[in-house]
Design a protein around this ligand. Structure first.
Ligand code: PLP
Length: 481
């Protein structure tokens, strides 16, 4: 199909603008005026078709299977969108007086309570705008906690080698030294190694449980006791809580601070740089350090914004968080209810294990354990040796079948890793179809490796030179160019 720049036809218009009656030259300096802006001239339908065609090039969870491990690309129920569009929510202004936004404040206050109950924490802030932002908020609170106690020597944050990259990045941004702790042969934290690195310098351990291998750390109580015994705190990366929702709670595992990704676990849309939401929950000992304002319920039953928090780490974001996301998450939680949320976890784990069972014989599965909501596999060892085909090639070949590839080369501790998270919202038929495609590609990789190595063949662009695409992005089209 021709691009709109090729369809350009001088004189063709879709313009509803009145004729210009102002003499610009009279009011603007010549340096602010330009004649050299050749925009394509088109009919409205051509423009509409152009943008519709572009939108079809995107792969989204509404268009196909999206097993991107650790990212939880699950279906976002459309009822969330309906409620977020209610004029009473969508048309609010952040500077409105409190008494005119009681409904919105009530929703936030109730959502805080829901998230407290779900995580086993004592207080929640809805302010952070993403998971990584929640991490920074939580770690700054941990820093403030130690300082308020006069405990100034806690300069280290311990992070396992299976951690999401944002964990060490967050600790470093907050001014801490990052200390890595290796995984043991069951894929959990190596407890002996942890005992070696905890000390009076330990501010916190940041942990995901189940971790990025999808494995639940069975020794979490001993891990918590080890860190607490040294005076450190436990930080829970709860970006992907769908593995344990309604089944276990970070607060009961011994964690002091947790962040959640509403845009993963609680089905608010994400990807493409859209607004996210990363609420943070804390145990009572850290409550006084919450970012302000805090949503409060007053004695007369009304709701308000509290700025009077003596030891608050300050405001982490303008206004009160990404409110539209909060409405969606609230809708999700309340439309499912407690039993429904437990069903989310059960189905997420069941789907992951079903998919694994279909793939396990053909791929390497480095940690022989029952995973939770996601799992990590790798192609057979001899594949790379005998054919040169790598995980990246398999990922690219999946695009030819209309499937989004899994997360690849992460976590770093598994060579040629493929991390799959089917999520709870996919049907058994989709999981069967996907496993057939993946097993087919593996067969093809041995029989016709070049087909796989040069994939994708049916996508809107072929294989890009990723380094070059970053350094010399082609972001502009011009008429005739
Ligand atoms: C996605 C994710 C994050 C970061 O969340 P963002 O909203 O992308 O900042 C942190 N930890 C884990 C385990 C994640 O999966």
């Amino acid at each position: 199909m021709k691009t709109i720049f090729e369809e350009h036809e001088p004189g063709r218009r879709t313009s509803y603008l009145p004729e210009r009656r102002v003499d610009l030259e009279k009011y603007l300096p010549a340096s602010s005026l330009r004649q050299d802006l050749p925009l394509p001239e088109l009919a409205e339908i051509q423009v509409v078709r152009h943008f519709t065609e572009l939108s079809h090039r995107n792969h989204g969870v509404d268009s196909g299977f999206y097993p991107l491990g650790s990212c939880t690309m699950k279906y976002n129920p459309k009822i969330n969108e309906d409620t977020a569009r209610f004029a009473g929510f969508a048309a609010l202004h952040p500077y409105q007086a409190e008494e005119t936004v009681q409904g919105a404040l009530q929703l936030m206050w109730e959502l805080q309570g829901d998230l407290q109950e779900i995580t086993g924490m004592d207080a929640v802030s809805l302010q952070p705008a993403a998971g990584a932002h929640g991490e920074l908020t939580g770690i700054l609170m941990i820093r403030a906690y130690h300082r308020a106690r006069g405990d100034m020597g806690r300069t280290q944050v311990i992070v396992p080698d299976s951690a999401h990259g944002t964990n060490p990045a967050t600790a470093a941004m907050a001014g801490f030294e990052v200390v890595h702790v290796p995984s043991d042969d069951r894929g959990g934290v190596d407890l002996d190694a942890l005992r070696q690195v905890v000390s009076e310098k330990t501010a916190a351990l940041m942990l995901t449980n189940p971790n990025t291998l999808g494995l639940f750390d069975e020794r979490i109580s001993e891990i918590a006791a080890t860190v607490h015994g040294a005076g450190g705190l436990l930080y829970y990366d709860g970006a992907n809580l769908n593995a344990v929702l309604g089944r276990s709670r970070p607060g009961d595992m011994g964690f002091d601070v947790v962040h959640l990704n509403l845009h993963k676990t609680f089905s608010t849309p994400h990807g493409g740089g859209g607004p996210g939401s990363g609420p943070v929950g804390v145990k009572v000992a850290l409550r006084d350090f919450l970012p302000m304002p805090v949503i409060a319920r007053r004695d007369d039953g009304s709701y308000g914004l509290d700025y009077d928090i003596a030891q608050s780490i300050g405001q982490m974001r303008s206004f009160y968080g990404n409110f539209g996301m909060l409405v969606r998450a609230y809708t999700y939680i309340h439309s499912l209810g407690g039993d429904g949320l437990r069903g989310v976890a059960d189905d997420a784990v069941l789907n992951a294990n079903y998919l694994l069972a279909r793939l396990k014989a053909a791929f390497q599965f480095p940690f022989e354990r029952i995973p939770k909501h996601e799992f990590v596999i790798a192609p057979p060892k001899d594949l790379k040796r005998s054919t040169g085909v790598r995980t990246l090639d398999i990922a690219k070949r999946l695009l030819d079948f209309g499937v989004h590839p899994p997360t690849v080369y992460f976590p770093l501790i598994v060579d040629e890793a493929m991390m799959l998270e089917p999520t709870e919202t996919e049907t058994r038929e989709t999981l069967d179809a996907f496993s057939d495609i993946l097993l087919g590609i593996l067969k093809e990789a041995y029989a016709e490796p070049d087909v796989v190595k040069t994939a994708p063949h049916h996508a809107s662009v072929g294989r890009l030179d990723e380094a070059k695409a970053v350094r010399e992005p082609k972001l502009r089209q011009t008429i005739g160019g």
